[in-house]
Design a protein around this ligand. Structure first.
Ligand code: SF4
Length: 301
């Protein structure tokens, strides 16, 4: 059995930066309430570590960022790497909160493109429904129209001076298919491909895997980019893929009789969690027994 440690994988620069900002903010405001608007990243281990630093989270998948702000009345609010709309920013300031912005520079760059274009034209934004990043971008202007799949194109009315763009963490393959379908209806539309570099090179590393029997993606079930890596693996012809949160989700049936197992992780997954999975599999491949550890490693940041 061969274990392939896929590279690059794991934390992207935007997530590292957001964690650093959260840590510095908690240290700088020891006597104030510090609240994160939503989950810092979609990974429960990272969220737990931030709670230990004294950071509170307001999160409800059924509520928008604007609604969640109603639950913060004092202290410091941290915007996550996913970014927020101008309305959220204005409401936080009106409430007198101290705003700390951990929006990823790649998301800010998409916001700039969308904001500029929507001053004179319509923007078709390919993204996920109810995802904080798409909520923030769509909220920049009423001229931004969210679509999640090719079929949504038929629901769009008459648009002018169109720009097609997308959420940063989508699948390269699926996004290109939707862009192509949009261009069939609007051949003169401009296109700004905004899948971020971190997402792109992690997906390409999976697409380039050869002769792999199983792809294990370490990541939270709610992590968009972790789920995308799994889908990319299937599309690249890997017969079996699975998404696990940590080494504790492995079972022997999953890996028995596999010749080549590749392991990767989403950009919100702590590298220490992935290294624990790889070490376990390497020991098993070297003839070790399938004895899972009692728990994941204690510190994951
Ligand atoms: S996945 Fe990309 S856009 Fe999202 S935080 Fe990381 S670098 Fe930024």
């Amino acid at each position: 059995m061969e274990i392939i440690s896929v590279k690059p994988r794991g934390y992207c620069q935007g997530v590292v930066r957001a964690i650093m900002i959260a840590r510095e903010t908690a240290a700088k405001h020891p006597d104030e309430k510090v609240t994160m608007l939503g989950m810092i990243v979609h990974n429960r281990f990272v969220v737990e570590e931030c709670r230990k630093m004294g950071i509170r989270f307001v999160e409800d998948p059924k509520k928008s960022r604007l609604e969640l702000l109603d639950e913060i009345d004092e202290g410091v609010v941290i915007f996550t790497a996913h970014g927020v709309s101008d309305a959220v920013r204005a409401k936080a300031e009106e409430k007198g909160l101290t705003v700390v912005d951990a929006t990823c520079p790649d998301v800010i760059s998409t916001h700039t493109i969308v904001r500029d274009h929507s001053k004179h034209g319509d923007v078709i934004y390919i993204g996920k429904q109810n995802h904080p990043e798409s909520e923030g971008t769509v909220g920049l202007s009423p001229r931004v129209h969210l679509i999640t799949k090719k079929e949504d194109i038929d629901t769009l009315g008459e648009l002018h001076d169109i720009l097609i763009t997308n959420q940063t963490t989508l699948s390269l393959i699926d996004t290109q298919e939707i862009i192509d379908a949009c261009l069939q209806r609007w051949p003169d539309a401009a296109v700004a491909r905004e899948i971020c570099n971190a997402t792109r090179i992690r997906q390409e590393a999976v697409m380039n895997l050869q002769d792999t029997d199983l792809l294990i993606v370490v990541g939270d079930p709610r992590s968009n980019n972790s789920n995308q890596l799994r889908q990319i693996g299937l599309k690249a012809g890997i017969p079996e893929t699975c998404l696990i949160e940590s080494v504790l989700d492995l079972n022997e049936d999953m890996i028995r009789n596999k010749n080549r197992i590749a392991v990767t992780s989403g950009s919100s997954t702590p590298n220490s969690l992935t290294r624990q999975v790889i070490s376990f599999l390497e020991e098993y491949a070297a003839g070790g027994k399938f004895n899972l550890p009692e728990e994941v490693i204690s510190s994951v940041l």
